[in-house]
Ligand binder design. Structure first.
Ligand SMILES: NC(=O)c1ccc[n+]([C@@H]2O[C@H](COP(=O)([O-])OP(=O)(O)OC[C@H]3O[C@@H](n4cnc5c(N)ncnc54)[C@H](O)[C@@H]3O)[C@@H](O)[C@H]2O)c1
Ligand SMILES: [Zn+2]
Length: 429
C-alpha cells in the first residue's frame, strides 16, 4: 500500500497524476481498431475467430445465441434465494429508473410558439455484461433492467461464455428477468463491434450500454457514430474520504471489497487522520485473514492501492474532484456540508452505514459508472439514456408574425435569403 503524507516529497506529483484522462494508449487503440475493422469486413467469421482466440470457444451461427432451452435450464438450476435477490434488486432498479425518466413537456416561447420535448424509448439497444473474471449477475440488472423499466422492446445482451459454451445460469436468469430479448455468447471488442455494426445474424442496435475491460470500453469509444453509447465504464475504483467519525472496521471492509474486483481496479483512501489510518491498517490485516480470496486481494492492496494523509478534509475533497472516482465513500462529521463540495464522483455513498456493495447489487442507481477520470464528463447509466429525445415546435400565424423580424436579422447576417423568405411568406399570407 502506497502511503503518502501531505508534506512528503513526491506527494504533490502523485496528486497531480490523479488528474486523469480516459484516453487509450496507442497499443490498445490499434488492437481494438483492428478487431472492429475485421468484424466490419467479415462479420460473424471474424467474431468466431476472436472468440476462439480469446475465449477458447468455437461458435457457429446457431450456437452464438443462447437458446430457449438453455434459458429454461438456467431457470431450473437457479436457487430460489437467488431469484428473490434478483427480484429485490429489480424492484429498486425499476422504481429508481421510473423516477429518473424524463417526462414530455410543452411550453410557449416569447413569440408565442408552442415548444416542447418528447421522449420515447429506443427500439433496440445492446447491453454488455462482463464475464471474464466473474459472472456479473448484478450488471444484468444495472443495465438491461433500466431499459426494461423505460419500455425498450428489444434488448440484445452480449456476454462471453466459458470454453464449454456455457454462461453462468444465475446471469442468464438475471438477463431474462431484466428484459433481454436475445443473448449472444460473445465478449470483448468483437461483441461491441457485432452489436454496433451488425453481422450476418446479429441485427445492429441503436445504442450500447454496459461496463467491461479496457478492450470493451475502447471499442465503445471507437464505435460512437455507428451507435451512441452510455459512458466509458472500465475497471472499478473507490475513493474513501473519512475523518475520525468513521468506523475503521467499515472503512477497511470497503477497501477490501473494492480490492476483490481484481488487479486492474483502483483503491484509494484519503484522510487527514493518522490515527484513523493506523486503526484501518490493523482492521485490514484482521479482516483479510478471514477472506477466501486473500492472496488475490493482497496483490491489489500492494500494487493498486494508495493512501493519502491530507492536510485537511478540504484537500481530500479537492483531490476527489480532480480524480473523479467511480465510487466515493464519504464518512465524515458534518456530512451534508462536505457532500455539497463534491462535484465529480460517479456515485457517492454517505456515512458509516452506506456500504458500496449495497449500491453494487441492490440500492437502485445503476452500478455502471464512469471510471478512469471519465467521471469529469460522463455520469453513470441513467434511465433517460434509454429514451430517444426530440423537440417539437408548433406555430400559428400570430407567432410566426412575431418571430419574423428576428428571423429576418439572422437571415440577413448569415446571408441566407431563402430562410428569411420562408418566414415572411407565412407572416404576410
Ligand atoms: N465501471 C463499472 O461500472 C463496472 C461495472 C462492472 C464491471 N466493471 C469492470 O468490468 C471489467 C470486466 O472485465 P473482464 O475482463 O472480467 O470481462 P470482460 O467481459 O469485459 O472481458 C472479457 C473479454 O475480453 C476479451 N479479451 C481478453 N483478452 C484480450 C486481448 N488480449 N485482446 C483482445 N481482447 C481480449 C475477450 O474477448 C473476453 O471475452 C472489470 O475491470 C470490472 O472492474 C466495471
Ligand atoms: Zn464493488
Amino acid at each position: 500500500m502506497k502511503v503518502l503524507r501531505f508534506d512528503d516529497a513526491g506527494y504533490s506529483d502523485f496528486v497531480s497524476e490523479l488528474d486523469r484522462q480516459a484516453m487509450p494508449g496507442t497499443d490498445l487503440y490499434e488492437t481494438v481498431a483492428a478487431i472492429v475493422n475485421e468484424v466490419k469486413q467479415r462479420g460473424n467469421q471474424a467474431v468466431f475467430e476472436y472468440t476462439s482466440k480469446f475465449d477458447k470457444l468455437d461458435l457457429t451461427e446457431e450456437t452464438m445465441f443462447v437458446s430457449e432451452a438453455e434459458l429454461a435450464e438456467a431457470e431450473a438450476q437457479v436457487e430460489d434465494s437467488v431469484k428473490e435477490a434478483v427480484a429485490a434488486s429489480k424492484r429498486n432498479v425499476h422504481s429508481f429508473a421510473k423516477l429518473s425518466m424524463r417526462q414530455d413537456w410543452t411550453s410557449t416561447n416569447a413569440e408565442g410558439a408552442q415548444v416542447g420535448e418528447r421522449f420515447v424509448p429506443y427500439d433496440r439497444v445492446g447491453v454488455y455484461v462482463p464475464g471474464g473474471k466473474a459472472p456479473l449477475v448484478s450488471t444484468a440488472l444495472m443495465t438491461a433492467a433500466i431499459g426494461q423499466a423505460v419500455g425498450v422492446k428489444d434488448i440484445l445482451a452480449a456476454t462471453p461464455a466459458g470454453p464449454d459454451g456455457k454462461v453462468n445460469p444465475s446471469l442468464l436468469y438475471a438477463l431474462k428477468e431484466s428484459g433481454a430479448t436475445q443473448i449472444i455468447k460473445v465478449g470483448g471488442a468483437q461483441a461491441i463491434a457485432a452489436m454496433a455494426l451488425g453481422t450476418q445474424t446479429v441485427k445492429p442496435v441503436e445504442k450500447i450500454f454496459g461496463p467491461g475491460n479496457s478492450f470493451v470500453v475502447e471499442a465503445k469509444r471507437q464505435l460512437v457514430g455507428a451507435v451512441s453509447i452510455d459512458l466509458l465504464p472500465g475497471p472499478s475504483e473507490v475513493l474513501v474520504i473519512a475523518d475520525d467519525s468513521a468506523n475503521p472496521a467499515f472503512v477497511a471492509a470497503d477497501l477490501l471489497a473494492q480490492a476483490e474486483h481484481g488487479g486492474d481496479s483502483v483503491v484509494g483512501f484519503a484522510t487527514p487522520s493518522e490515527s484513523l489510518l493506523e486503526k484501518v491498517k490493523v482492521e485490514l490485516e484482521k479482516q483479510l485473514a478471514q477472506l477466501s480470496r486473500a492472496d488475490y486481494i493482497r496483490q491489489v492492496l500492494d500494487a493498486g492501492t494508495f493512501v493519502l494523509i491530507t492536510k485537511d478534509l478540504e484537500e481530500a475533497v479537492n483531490i476527489c474532484n480532480v480524480f473523479a472516482p467511480e465510487h466515493l465513500s464519504l464518512i465524515v462529521e458534518n456530512e451534508d456540508a462536505w457532500l455539497d463540495k463534491v462535484k465529480t464522483a460517479g456515485a457517492i455513498y454517505v456515512g458509516n452505514y452506506a456500504a458500496v456493495a449495497v449500491g453494487d447489487f441492490l440500492a437502485g442507481p445503476s452500478h455502471t459508472l464512469p471510471t478512469g477520470g471519465s467521471g469529469k464528463s460522463f455520469s453513470g447509466i441513467r434511465a433517460d439514456q434509454f429514451q430517444r429525445r426530440t423537440s417539437i415546435v408548433r406555430m400559428d400565424k400570430a407567432s410566426v408574425q412575431k418571430s419574423e423580424k428576428y428571423v429576418a436579422e439572422f437571415a440577413r447576417v448569415e446571408g441566407l435569403d431563402a430562410h428569411g423568405a420562408s418566414v415572411s411568406i407565412r407572416a404576410n399570407s
